[in-house]
Ligand binder design. Sequence first.
Ligand code: AKG
Ligand code: FE2
Length: 325
Amino acid sequence: MSEVSSTPKPVQELVENGDELPQRYIWRDNGDYGAIDFSVPLATEIPVIDFSLLVSSKSAMDPELLKLRSALSSWGCFQAVNHGIEISLVDQVRKLSREFFHLPKGEKQKYARPTDDFEGYGNDTVMFENQPLDWVDRDMLYDYTAKVREIEEQLLKAMARSLSLPEDSFVIQFGEQPSISARFNYYPPCARPDAVVGLKPHTDGLGITILLQDEQVEGLQLLKDNQWFRIPIMPHALVVNLGDQLEIMSNGIFKSPVHRALTNPTRERNTLAMFCTPDPAQEIGPVEELINDKRPRAFKNIKNYAASYFYYYQQGKSPIDAVRV
Ligand SMILES: O=C(O)CCC(=O)C(=O)O
Ligand SMILES: [Fe+2]
């Protein structure tokens, strides 16, 4: 694929104009992850973790830490309840997101995402001429982050405790300037949900993603042991999933799961993903204590993983394979 610098119309605009579905949105399965399928099993076994218990659990043998370790080593994902973000704030954030996407086009364009930037209103980030596109529009805001930052830090510490590591083993790898970005995903109703994916199968390239799902419309699916599962809606829970950089830091003990979002024929879907990302200037790599004869080093050390991540991701390749030893 050759590199480009054009930005396609927001998906929302295609829908509003009644445009015919451009070919680039038609999902072509290359055999890696299977076809679009709405009838995969519901992940009823996905762990639900009480975040307040996690914070007070100190020993790796405490039940909530055992649960966390098991969740992250198998699913790479869990649902967090009692996470400390008030329901009223959650509801407010959802309302704001919905309202933004229903502003007149001209208003939204004031926040348009420049071609070579990740911030602003627009669709999938395009780097390659023939890159398949996702049925999703994005907007970034900087709100609601203080709470998420607290959750992130507590979680990183709990993850270290669950592996009997010094508590700041992961925190220090986030460096001096870790970042959190908020991405509002808006999936318009799609007349061809069988042919189009909302978000193609991917792992997240960062540290931790904290996702607020739509409280009514399902769409998120996660791959575990080569089987897709639907992630159930728990209205006020947060879906926490790990990104590649934590799989690297944990020397492969924790998983960065492949996931995708499907569209809905009649209903829009709004989600808010908060991406917690290590400082790009900070070198990351497997924690020393996790490298041993039984578990040799699985990944090289790397700086600014996110940059190479997008390069591979937009070509549908697996970015983490590029840093395996
Ligand atoms: O919208 C969703 O359910 C998933 C979002 C996601 O995976 C992402 O933004 O990386
Ligand atoms: Fe994701």
